[in-house]
Design a protein around this ligand. Sequence first.
Ligand code: PSU
Ligand code: MN
Length: 304
Amino acid sequence: MTPEFLTVSPEVAEARATGAPLVALESTIITHGMPWPRNLETARAVEAAVRAAGAVPATIAVMEGGLHVGLDDAALEVLAQATDVMKLSRADLAVAMAGGRTGATTVAATMIAAHLAGIGVFATGGIGGVHRGAAESFDISADLMELAQTPVTVVAAGAKAILDLPKTLEVLETQGVPVIAYGQDDLPAFWSRRSGLSAPLRMDSAAEIAQAAAMRARLGIPGGQLVANPIPAADEIPAERLAPIIARAQSEADAAGLTGKAVTPFLLQRIFELTDGQSLEANIALVLNNARLASAIACAARGQ
Ligand code: PSU
Ligand code: MN
């Protein structure tokens, strides 16, 4: 049943055998999203949060050409310390594997691997989307098109606020991706609870979200769902405070001529510096919060 190129950890294999709820986790957030050593602490804490919520975590990465679903602590540490690891999206996954490379999976590549392993729920921080200035740069994350075609429910704190959120919503609508705000009407904006934009859809329970995924599959509609889970109030950074910081980071990225995969890691790192580390604390809090909701959805799906 498992393709030969997929290496499933013993814990994940057992969960699959017994039908225990599984939650996929990505690895780009470890290698390109957070600085050492908080990245490793966070990767461990997110796995612990999933276990505490009654599900089994499956962190996904390519290690020396092998597509791993479920990483042991040594592999997490290798990724967290590495400085030359590839950032793998849909376009890169097969090339990295064929070349025996080590790479971290983005939301798009993690969805592909999760689906291959039979995992339907995935927790991350914030998905990629349409970048500011996209009318000129054409920079639109492959995460959006992946959501349209791969049947995984992705729990994020909205799209990252460094993006053009109205355009990101428009692309998701065009692609037929349900954007479901959890427990509020407003679309969350990653580090902030509110974006000022209404989310297209709203749900208030994990069970309903699991039911919607099952119904989409029964209807034969390809693709997943984006669940936009607001950061806890105690951890948020108000959008007004972040706005000038994001604008400054973006203009520095433009001035440096950054393109492609380099843009998002640069912006996250500059915002970390310009907020004296506060953005990282918020990022960690929202990822943990997403891991808890994803676990609840995975548990609800199992019971249905
Ligand atoms: N969530 C975070 N930090 C991150 C990411 C998500 O809190 O760094 C990563 C995800 O892997 C996502 C990627 O797929 O950022 C988006 O990259 P790009 O904009 O280049 O598509
Ligand atoms: Mn991009």
